[in-house]
Design a protein around this ligand. Structure first.
Ligand code: AMP
Ligand code: GLY
Length: 418
Protein backbone atom coordinates (compact mmCIF):
# COMPACT_ATOMS: atom_id res chain seq x y z
CA UNK A 1 0.00 0.00 0.00
CA UNK A 2 1.07 3.57 -0.67
CA UNK A 3 0.08 5.73 2.28
CA UNK A 4 -0.15 9.49 2.65
CA UNK A 5 -0.21 10.89 6.19
CA UNK A 6 -1.40 14.46 6.76
CA UNK A 7 -0.04 16.48 9.67
CA UNK A 8 3.12 17.55 11.44
CA UNK A 9 2.93 16.93 15.19
CA UNK A 10 4.20 14.40 17.68
CA UNK A 11 1.05 12.40 17.03
CA UNK A 12 1.87 12.16 13.34
CA UNK A 13 5.47 11.20 14.11
CA UNK A 14 4.17 8.26 16.15
CA UNK A 15 1.64 7.34 13.45
CA UNK A 16 4.34 7.46 10.77
CA UNK A 17 6.69 5.35 12.92
CA UNK A 18 4.01 2.69 13.39
CA UNK A 19 2.81 2.77 9.77
CA UNK A 20 6.41 2.40 8.56
CA UNK A 21 6.69 -0.87 10.51
CA UNK A 22 3.51 -2.29 8.97
CA UNK A 23 4.18 -5.13 6.51
CA UNK A 24 1.48 -3.79 4.17
CA UNK A 25 3.06 -0.32 3.95
CA UNK A 26 5.14 0.01 0.79
CA UNK A 27 5.56 3.78 0.41
CA UNK A 28 4.89 6.32 3.16
CA UNK A 29 4.52 10.02 2.37
CA UNK A 30 3.80 12.79 4.85
CA UNK A 31 2.49 16.27 4.14
CA UNK A 32 3.99 18.46 5.37
CA UNK A 33 5.76 16.21 7.88
CA UNK A 34 8.64 17.22 10.16
CA UNK A 35 12.34 16.38 10.54
CA UNK A 36 11.17 13.66 12.94
CA UNK A 37 8.69 12.21 10.47
CA UNK A 38 11.36 12.34 7.75
CA UNK A 39 13.00 9.42 9.61
CA UNK A 40 10.10 7.21 8.55
CA UNK A 41 8.44 8.91 5.59
CA UNK A 42 9.13 11.02 2.57
CA UNK A 43 7.99 14.52 3.51
CA UNK A 44 6.26 16.58 0.84
CA UNK A 45 5.46 20.29 1.16
CA UNK A 46 1.69 20.37 0.89
CA UNK A 47 -0.85 22.08 3.13
CA UNK A 48 -3.17 19.49 4.76
CA UNK A 49 -5.96 22.09 4.65
CA UNK A 50 -5.68 22.53 0.88
CA UNK A 51 -7.89 19.71 -0.43
CA UNK A 52 -6.94 20.29 -4.07
CA UNK A 53 -3.22 20.11 -3.30
CA UNK A 54 -3.71 16.95 -1.23
CA UNK A 55 -5.76 15.29 -3.98
CA UNK A 56 -3.17 16.21 -6.62
CA UNK A 57 -0.43 14.73 -4.44
CA UNK A 58 -2.42 11.56 -3.78
CA UNK A 59 -3.16 11.12 -7.49
CA UNK A 60 0.43 11.79 -8.52
CA UNK A 61 1.80 9.22 -6.09
CA UNK A 62 -0.85 6.49 -6.55
CA UNK A 63 -1.89 6.68 -2.91
CA UNK A 64 -4.07 3.83 -1.60
CA UNK A 65 -4.82 5.24 1.85
CA UNK A 66 -4.82 8.77 3.26
CA UNK A 67 -4.47 9.01 7.04
CA UNK A 68 -5.55 12.39 8.42
CA UNK A 69 -3.82 13.14 11.73
CA UNK A 70 -5.17 16.47 13.04
CA UNK A 71 -8.73 17.73 13.46
CA UNK A 72 -8.55 20.90 11.37
CA UNK A 73 -8.54 19.20 7.92
CA UNK A 74 -11.30 16.84 9.09
CA UNK A 75 -13.55 19.65 10.26
CA UNK A 76 -12.75 21.58 7.06
CA UNK A 77 -13.95 18.69 4.87
CA UNK A 78 -10.63 17.48 3.44
CA UNK A 79 -11.80 13.93 4.15
CA UNK A 80 -14.98 14.55 2.12
CA UNK A 81 -13.01 15.91 -0.83
CA UNK A 82 -10.62 12.95 -0.81
CA UNK A 83 -13.48 10.43 -0.61
CA UNK A 84 -15.29 12.21 -3.43
CA UNK A 85 -12.10 11.87 -5.46
CA UNK A 86 -12.15 8.11 -4.83
CA UNK A 87 -9.53 7.71 -2.09
CA UNK A 88 -9.73 5.51 1.00
CA UNK A 89 -9.47 7.88 3.96
CA UNK A 90 -8.82 7.24 7.64
CA UNK A 91 -10.71 10.07 9.33
CA UNK A 92 -14.31 11.23 9.28
CA UNK A 93 -16.14 13.50 6.88
CA UNK A 94 -16.91 17.05 8.04
CA UNK A 95 -20.47 16.23 9.12
CA UNK A 96 -19.19 13.54 11.49
CA UNK A 97 -16.23 15.67 12.59
CA UNK A 98 -18.80 17.95 14.23
CA UNK A 99 -18.53 15.54 17.15
CA UNK A 100 -15.33 17.45 17.90
CA UNK A 101 -15.97 20.70 16.03
CA UNK A 102 -19.18 21.58 17.86
CA UNK A 103 -19.66 20.92 21.55
CA UNK A 104 -23.33 21.86 21.22
CA UNK A 105 -23.86 19.29 18.46
CA UNK A 106 -22.40 16.54 20.64
CA UNK A 107 -24.35 17.55 23.73
CA UNK A 108 -27.62 17.54 21.77
CA UNK A 109 -26.80 14.13 20.30
CA UNK A 110 -26.18 12.78 23.81
CA UNK A 111 -29.46 14.19 25.08
CA UNK A 112 -31.45 12.82 22.16
CA UNK A 113 -29.97 9.34 22.47
CA UNK A 114 -29.68 9.05 26.24
CA UNK A 115 -25.86 8.96 26.18
CA UNK A 116 -24.48 9.70 29.67
CA UNK A 117 -22.93 13.17 29.85
CA UNK A 118 -23.08 16.27 32.08
CA UNK A 119 -26.43 18.08 32.16
CA UNK A 120 -26.13 21.28 30.09
CA UNK A 121 -27.70 24.24 28.43
CA UNK A 122 -26.70 25.82 25.10
CA UNK A 123 -26.78 29.61 25.06
CA UNK A 124 -26.05 32.24 22.43
CA UNK A 125 -25.54 35.44 24.42
CA UNK A 126 -24.02 36.66 27.67
CA UNK A 127 -27.54 37.42 28.97
CA UNK A 128 -28.65 33.82 28.34
CA UNK A 129 -25.46 32.60 29.98
CA UNK A 130 -26.27 34.59 33.16
CA UNK A 131 -29.69 32.98 33.29
CA UNK A 132 -28.23 29.51 32.86
CA UNK A 133 -25.60 30.22 35.52
CA UNK A 134 -28.40 31.16 37.89
CA UNK A 135 -29.93 27.72 37.41
CA UNK A 136 -26.69 25.68 37.61
CA UNK A 137 -24.86 27.56 40.38
CA UNK A 138 -21.24 26.55 41.11
CA UNK A 139 -19.14 24.56 40.50
CA UNK A 140 -20.02 24.79 36.82
CA UNK A 141 -18.28 24.46 33.47
CA UNK A 142 -18.36 27.14 30.76
CA UNK A 143 -17.41 26.09 27.21
CA UNK A 144 -17.09 28.31 24.17
CA UNK A 145 -18.36 26.36 21.15
CA UNK A 146 -16.16 25.47 18.18
CA UNK A 147 -12.66 24.03 17.85
CA UNK A 148 -10.82 25.42 20.85
CA UNK A 149 -8.28 22.68 21.67
CA UNK A 150 -9.46 22.63 25.26
CA UNK A 151 -8.64 26.30 25.72
CA UNK A 152 -12.23 27.49 25.47
CA UNK A 153 -13.18 25.59 28.63
CA UNK A 154 -13.40 27.05 32.13
CA UNK A 155 -14.07 24.81 35.09
CA UNK A 156 -15.40 27.42 37.52
CA UNK A 157 -15.43 26.45 41.18
CA UNK A 158 -17.23 29.66 42.17
CA UNK A 159 -19.99 31.79 40.64
CA UNK A 160 -17.52 34.70 40.43
CA UNK A 161 -15.14 32.60 38.29
CA UNK A 162 -18.03 31.56 36.08
CA UNK A 163 -19.12 35.19 35.66
CA UNK A 164 -15.59 36.17 34.69
CA UNK A 165 -15.42 33.38 32.09
CA UNK A 166 -18.77 34.37 30.60
CA UNK A 167 -17.76 38.03 30.45
CA UNK A 168 -14.45 37.13 28.83
CA UNK A 169 -16.15 34.90 26.24
CA UNK A 170 -18.69 37.59 25.27
CA UNK A 171 -21.77 36.99 23.11
CA UNK A 172 -21.59 33.84 21.01
CA UNK A 173 -22.42 30.15 21.29
CA UNK A 174 -21.53 28.65 24.66
CA UNK A 175 -22.38 25.51 26.55
CA UNK A 176 -22.97 25.84 30.31
CA UNK A 177 -22.77 22.47 31.99
CA UNK A 178 -22.91 20.53 35.21
CA UNK A 179 -19.56 19.89 36.93
CA UNK A 180 -18.73 16.18 36.95
CA UNK A 181 -16.65 14.69 39.69
CA UNK A 182 -14.32 11.73 39.14
CA UNK A 183 -11.13 10.66 37.42
CA UNK A 184 -10.70 11.30 33.71
CA UNK A 185 -9.65 8.68 31.17
CA UNK A 186 -9.57 8.58 27.40
CA UNK A 187 -10.97 5.75 25.30
CA UNK A 188 -9.91 5.38 21.68
CA UNK A 189 -12.30 3.42 19.49
CA UNK A 190 -12.12 2.55 15.83
CA UNK A 191 -15.44 3.23 14.18
CA UNK A 192 -16.70 2.57 10.70
CA UNK A 193 -20.36 3.32 10.35
CA UNK A 194 -22.25 1.07 12.74
CA UNK A 195 -19.20 -0.94 13.83
CA UNK A 196 -17.18 0.27 16.80
CA UNK A 197 -14.31 -1.54 18.53
CA UNK A 198 -12.15 -0.38 21.41
CA UNK A 199 -8.51 0.18 20.50
CA UNK A 200 -6.84 1.55 23.64
CA UNK A 201 -7.29 3.55 26.81
CA UNK A 202 -4.95 6.28 28.02
CA UNK A 203 -4.70 9.08 30.52
CA UNK A 204 -3.48 12.54 29.58
CA UNK A 205 -2.11 15.37 31.78
CA UNK A 206 -3.54 18.60 30.46
CA UNK A 207 -2.26 21.15 32.96
CA UNK A 208 1.21 22.57 32.44
CA UNK A 209 2.41 22.13 36.00
CA UNK A 210 3.07 19.33 38.43
CA UNK A 211 0.14 18.40 40.64
CA UNK A 212 -2.12 19.33 37.69
CA UNK A 213 -1.65 23.05 38.33
CA UNK A 214 -1.50 25.99 35.94
CA UNK A 215 -3.07 26.60 32.56
CA UNK A 216 -4.32 23.93 30.17
CA UNK A 217 -2.02 22.68 27.42
CA UNK A 218 -2.42 20.24 24.56
CA UNK A 219 -1.15 17.60 27.00
CA UNK A 220 2.12 17.24 28.95
CA UNK A 221 2.28 13.46 29.08
CA UNK A 222 0.25 10.30 28.85
CA UNK A 223 0.29 6.63 29.60
CA UNK A 224 -1.36 3.62 28.02
CA UNK A 225 -3.29 1.65 29.04
CA UNK A 226 -5.20 3.52 31.75
CA UNK A 227 -6.04 0.71 34.20
CA UNK A 228 -8.53 3.01 35.97
CA UNK A 229 -10.72 2.29 32.95
CA UNK A 230 -11.20 -1.36 33.91
CA UNK A 231 -12.41 -3.91 31.37
CA UNK A 232 -15.86 -3.56 32.88
CA UNK A 233 -15.90 0.24 32.66
CA UNK A 234 -14.49 0.11 29.13
CA UNK A 235 -17.28 -2.26 28.08
CA UNK A 236 -19.84 0.12 29.62
CA UNK A 237 -18.32 3.09 27.84
CA UNK A 238 -18.43 1.21 24.54
CA UNK A 239 -22.03 0.04 25.08
CA UNK A 240 -23.48 3.21 26.62
CA UNK A 241 -21.47 5.93 24.87
CA UNK A 242 -19.41 4.99 21.80
CA UNK A 243 -21.72 2.46 20.07
CA UNK A 244 -24.89 4.53 20.54
CA UNK A 245 -22.98 7.48 19.06
CA UNK A 246 -21.87 5.45 16.04
CA UNK A 247 -25.43 4.20 15.50
CA UNK A 248 -26.88 7.70 15.86
CA UNK A 249 -24.41 9.17 13.37
CA UNK A 250 -25.09 6.37 10.88
CA UNK A 251 -28.86 6.75 11.30
CA UNK A 252 -28.58 10.49 10.65
CA UNK A 253 -26.87 9.77 7.31
CA UNK A 254 -23.54 11.09 8.59
CA UNK A 255 -21.69 7.90 9.54
CA UNK A 256 -18.44 8.27 11.44
CA UNK A 257 -15.30 6.65 10.06
CA UNK A 258 -11.95 6.84 11.82
CA UNK A 259 -10.87 6.96 15.43
CA UNK A 260 -13.32 8.31 17.95
CA UNK A 261 -11.60 9.58 21.08
CA UNK A 262 -13.98 9.74 24.00
CA UNK A 263 -12.86 11.90 26.91
CA UNK A 264 -14.59 10.25 29.87
CA UNK A 265 -15.25 11.18 33.46
CA UNK A 266 -15.44 8.06 35.61
CA UNK A 267 -18.15 9.11 38.04
CA UNK A 268 -19.79 7.12 40.81
CA UNK A 269 -22.67 6.64 38.33
CA UNK A 270 -20.34 5.16 35.71
CA UNK A 271 -18.50 6.65 32.73
CA UNK A 272 -19.87 9.93 31.36
CA UNK A 273 -18.78 11.65 28.18
CA UNK A 274 -16.90 14.93 28.65
CA UNK A 275 -16.07 15.44 25.00
CA UNK A 276 -15.34 13.70 21.75
CA UNK A 277 -12.37 14.20 19.51
CA UNK A 278 -12.37 12.76 16.01
CA UNK A 279 -8.66 11.90 15.82
CA UNK A 280 -5.95 10.40 17.95
CA UNK A 281 -4.98 12.40 21.02
CA UNK A 282 -1.60 14.04 21.26
CA UNK A 283 0.36 12.87 23.34
CA UNK A 284 -1.87 9.81 23.87
CA UNK A 285 -1.06 8.60 20.35
CA UNK A 286 2.65 8.55 21.14
CA UNK A 287 1.92 6.28 24.12
CA UNK A 288 -0.50 4.02 22.23
CA UNK A 289 1.44 3.36 19.02
CA UNK A 290 4.30 1.35 20.57
CA UNK A 291 1.77 -1.09 22.05
CA UNK A 292 -0.19 -1.84 18.88
CA UNK A 293 0.27 -5.39 17.64
CA UNK A 294 -0.16 -6.49 14.06
CA UNK A 295 -0.32 -4.62 10.77
CA UNK A 296 -1.44 -1.11 11.76
CA UNK A 297 -1.68 0.14 8.17
CA UNK A 298 -3.99 -2.77 7.34
CA UNK A 299 -6.12 -1.93 10.37
CA UNK A 300 -6.52 1.71 9.32
CA UNK A 301 -7.25 0.61 5.76
CA UNK A 302 -9.99 -1.73 6.99
CA UNK A 303 -11.62 1.19 8.82
CA UNK A 304 -11.32 3.43 5.75
CA UNK A 305 -12.76 0.73 3.48
CA UNK A 306 -15.69 -0.10 5.77
CA UNK A 307 -14.34 -3.57 6.58
CA UNK A 308 -13.88 -3.23 10.33
CA UNK A 309 -16.61 -5.76 11.10
CA UNK A 310 -14.90 -8.47 9.07
CA UNK A 311 -11.35 -8.29 10.44
CA UNK A 312 -9.82 -9.53 13.69
CA UNK A 313 -10.18 -6.94 16.46
CA UNK A 314 -7.10 -4.82 17.16
CA UNK A 315 -4.73 -6.09 19.84
CA UNK A 316 -2.41 -4.27 22.21
CA UNK A 317 0.77 -5.79 23.59
CA UNK A 318 0.36 -6.76 27.24
CA UNK A 319 2.78 -4.00 28.29
CA UNK A 320 2.73 -0.42 29.51
CA UNK A 321 3.81 2.75 27.84
CA UNK A 322 4.54 6.21 29.24
CA UNK A 323 5.11 9.42 27.27
CA UNK A 324 6.64 12.53 28.83
CA UNK A 325 6.42 15.75 26.84
CA UNK A 326 9.45 18.02 26.83
CA UNK A 327 8.20 21.52 26.04
CA UNK A 328 9.97 24.80 25.35
CA UNK A 329 10.07 27.25 28.25
CA UNK A 330 7.12 29.62 28.07
CA UNK A 331 4.65 27.01 26.78
CA UNK A 332 1.62 27.18 26.71
CA UNK A 333 2.15 30.96 26.49
CA UNK A 334 4.91 32.12 24.17
CA UNK A 335 7.52 29.35 23.95
CA UNK A 336 11.22 30.13 23.55
CA UNK A 337 12.06 29.09 20.00
CA UNK A 338 15.35 27.95 18.52
CA UNK A 339 16.89 26.26 21.58
CA UNK A 340 19.49 23.59 20.79
CA UNK A 341 18.59 19.97 21.52
CA UNK A 342 21.47 17.56 22.03
CA UNK A 343 22.08 13.97 23.06
CA UNK A 344 18.81 12.61 21.71
CA UNK A 345 20.82 9.65 20.42
CA UNK A 346 21.97 8.84 23.95
CA UNK A 347 18.39 8.87 25.17
CA UNK A 348 17.34 6.58 22.36
CA UNK A 349 19.95 4.04 23.44
CA UNK A 350 17.98 3.40 26.62
CA UNK A 351 16.07 0.15 26.37
CA UNK A 352 12.43 0.63 25.40
CA UNK A 353 12.76 4.36 24.68
CA UNK A 354 11.52 6.00 21.47
CA UNK A 355 11.53 9.76 20.99
CA UNK A 356 8.89 11.36 18.84
CA UNK A 357 9.35 14.91 17.59
CA UNK A 358 6.54 17.40 18.13
CA UNK A 359 8.25 20.71 17.36
CA UNK A 360 11.79 20.44 16.03
CA UNK A 361 13.73 21.61 13.01
CA UNK A 362 17.22 21.01 11.71
CA UNK A 363 19.28 24.13 12.45
CA UNK A 364 22.80 24.98 11.27
CA UNK A 365 24.36 23.10 14.18
CA UNK A 366 21.84 20.31 14.70
CA UNK A 367 18.36 19.89 16.07
CA UNK A 368 16.53 22.96 17.43
CA UNK A 369 13.14 23.53 19.05
CA UNK A 370 10.45 25.24 17.00
CA UNK A 371 7.24 24.68 18.88
CA UNK A 372 5.61 24.67 22.29
CA UNK A 373 5.68 20.92 22.71
CA UNK A 374 9.05 19.80 21.37
CA UNK A 375 9.67 16.11 22.13
CA UNK A 376 7.52 13.21 23.26
CA UNK A 377 9.80 10.83 25.12
CA UNK A 378 8.12 7.44 25.18
CA UNK A 379 9.11 4.24 26.92
CA UNK A 380 7.62 0.76 26.99
CA UNK A 381 8.10 -1.89 29.67
CA UNK A 382 6.37 -4.87 31.21
CA UNK A 383 5.12 -2.78 34.11
CA UNK A 384 3.84 0.78 34.40
CA UNK A 385 6.49 1.70 36.98
CA UNK A 386 9.34 0.48 34.77
CA UNK A 387 7.95 2.23 31.70
CA UNK A 388 7.72 5.44 33.68
CA UNK A 389 11.26 5.09 35.05
CA UNK A 390 12.62 4.45 31.56
CA UNK A 391 10.79 7.45 30.12
CA UNK A 392 12.35 9.73 32.75
CA UNK A 393 15.78 8.19 32.14
CA UNK A 394 15.25 9.14 28.50
CA UNK A 395 14.20 12.69 29.41
CA UNK A 396 17.21 13.09 31.71
CA UNK A 397 19.62 11.98 29.01
CA UNK A 398 18.53 14.78 26.68
CA UNK A 399 20.41 18.07 26.76
CA UNK A 400 17.85 20.83 26.05
CA UNK A 401 18.55 23.90 28.16
CA UNK A 402 15.43 25.75 26.99
CA UNK A 403 13.12 22.85 27.78
CA UNK A 404 10.99 21.80 30.73
CA UNK A 405 8.79 18.86 31.60
CA UNK A 406 6.55 17.54 34.35
CA UNK A 407 8.16 15.06 36.73
CA UNK A 408 4.85 13.58 37.83
CA UNK A 409 3.41 12.06 34.65
CA UNK A 410 1.34 9.05 35.65
CA UNK A 411 1.10 10.06 39.32
CA UNK A 412 -2.41 8.67 39.71
CA UNK A 413 -1.40 5.27 38.39
CA UNK A 414 1.84 5.34 40.39
CA UNK A 415 -0.20 5.86 43.57
CA UNK A 416 -2.42 2.93 42.61
CA UNK A 417 0.41 0.51 41.92
CA UNK A 418 2.64 1.49 44.87
P1 AMP B 1 -12.99 19.60 27.09
O1 AMP B 1 -12.30 20.53 26.14
O2 AMP B 1 -14.46 19.54 26.94
O3 AMP B 1 -12.32 18.26 27.16
O4 AMP B 1 -12.68 20.17 28.54
C1 AMP B 1 -11.34 20.35 28.99
C2 AMP B 1 -11.21 19.83 30.38
O5 AMP B 1 -12.13 20.50 31.25
C3 AMP B 1 -11.55 18.35 30.55
O6 AMP B 1 -10.47 17.53 30.25
C4 AMP B 1 -11.94 18.29 32.00
O7 AMP B 1 -10.79 18.25 32.82
C5 AMP B 1 -12.62 19.59 32.23
N1 AMP B 1 -14.09 19.45 32.09
C6 AMP B 1 -14.80 19.61 30.97
N2 AMP B 1 -16.11 19.40 31.19
C7 AMP B 1 -16.22 19.09 32.50
C8 AMP B 1 -17.32 18.80 33.36
N3 AMP B 1 -18.58 18.79 32.92
N4 AMP B 1 -17.07 18.54 34.66
C9 AMP B 1 -15.81 18.58 35.14
N5 AMP B 1 -14.73 18.87 34.38
C10 AMP B 1 -14.92 19.14 33.08
N1 GLY C 1 -4.26 15.32 24.47
C1 GLY C 1 -5.51 15.95 24.24
C2 GLY C 1 -5.88 16.06 22.85
O1 GLY C 1 -5.25 15.53 21.96
O2 GLY C 1 -6.90 16.70 22.59
Amino acid sequence: MNILLLGSGGREDALAWRLRQSPSCEALLAAPGTPGIARWAECVAADPLDADAVIALARGRAIDLVVIGPEAPLVAGVGDALRDAGFAVFGPNAAAAQLEGSKGFTKDLCRTHGIPTADYERVETVAEAWAALGRFGAPVVIKADGLAAGKGVTVAMTVAEAEAAITAAGDGPMVIEEFLEGEEASLFALVDGETAVALASAQDHKRVGEGDAGPNTGGMGAYCPAPVLTADLEARAMDEIVRPTALAMAAAGTPFSGVLYAGLMLTTDGPKLIEYNVRFGDPECEAIMPLIDGDFAQLLYAVAAGQLASIAPPRLANKHSVTVIVAARGYPGTPVSGGAIRAIEAAEQIQGVTIFHAGTATGDHGLIATGGRVLAVTAVAETFANARARAYRGVDAIDFADGFHRRDIGWRELERVS
